[in-house]
Design a protein around this ligand. Structure first.
Ligand SMILES: CC(C)(COP(=O)(O)OP(=O)(O)OC[C@H]1O[C@@H](n2cnc3c(N)ncnc32)[C@H](O)[C@@H]1OP(=O)(O)O)[C@@H](O)C(=O)NCCC(=O)NCCS
Length: 147
C-alpha cells in the first residue's frame, strides 16, 4: 500500500530566548493494513479479509524540560482523532520497551490496553529487551476476536 506518514509537533511560542520554532514535542505515525500487521490475529476475520487499517505510532517524544505538562497526552489525542477520521481504521497501536515506565503510565492513562509482551523485541548495545504492545481500539472492543 502507499505508506501514509503523519506527524505532529509542538512548539513553545512564548520562549523567552526567542527560539519559538524549536520543537518541544513530536509524534510520528503511519497507516498500515490490518491484514499485513503483526496483530491481525487479534482483530478477527473481517480484518484479515478486508482493507481495514491501523495507525502505528513510530515515535513520541517531549523535550525533558517540557515533560509532565500534558504535551504527550495531547499528541496522542491528536493521533486518536486522526485515526478516528479514517473510516477503515480499527485501532492505534505501538511498542514500548518494558522498562519505560513514564510511557507505560501514559498509555495506560490514555486507555490503551497492553495486549502482548514480546520477548527480546529490542536489541540495544547487544542486549535484548522485551517490549509491550499497546493498543487503543478506535471502533470499540467488540472487534477484539480471540487471543
Ligand atoms: C513518555 C513521554 C513522551 C511523556 O511525555 P509528557 O509530555 O511528559 O507526558 P504527559 O505530561 O502527557 O503525561 C501524561 C501521563 O503520563 C504519565 N507519565 C508521564 N511521565 C511520567 C513519569 N515520569 N513518571 C510516571 N508517569 C508519567 C502520567 O500518568 C501522566 O499523567 P499525570 O501527569 O496526570 O500523572 C516523555 O517522558 C518522553 O519523551 N520520554 C522519552 C521518549 C519516550 O520514552 N517516548 C515513548 C516511546 S514509546
Amino acid at each position: 500500500m502507499d505508506v501514509t506518514l503523519c506527524h505532529g509537533g509542538v512548539v513553545d511560542s512564548n520562549r523567552p530566548d526567542g527560539r519559538c520554532d524549536e520543537l518541544i514535542g513530536f509524534v510520528t505515525a503511519r497507516v498500515v493494513f490490518a491484514k499485513e500487521s503483526e496483530i491481525v490475529d487479534l482483530l478477527g476475520y473481517d480484518s484479515a479479509k478486508s482493507d481495514q487499517t491501523l495507525v502505528y505510532i513510530l515515535t513520541l517524544g517531549v523535550v525533558d524540560t517540557y515533560r509532565k505538562l500534558g504535551i504527550a497526552s495531547s499528541l496522542i489525542k491528536e493521533v486518536i482523532k486522526y485515526a478516528s477520521s479514517i473510516s477503515t481504521c480499527r485501532a492505534v497501536y505501538l511498542h514500548v520497551i518494558s522498562y519505560n515506565n513514564p510511557a507505560i503510565f501514559l498509555y495506560k492513562k490514555m486507555s490503551f490496553k497492553c495486549i502482548r509482551r514480546l520477548q527480546g523485541f529490542y536489541l540495544i548495545n547487544g542486549q535484548h529487551y522485551d517490549s509491550y504492545l499497546f493498543m487503543y481500539y478506535v471502533m470499540g472492543d467488540d472487534l477484539l476476536a480471540h487471543h
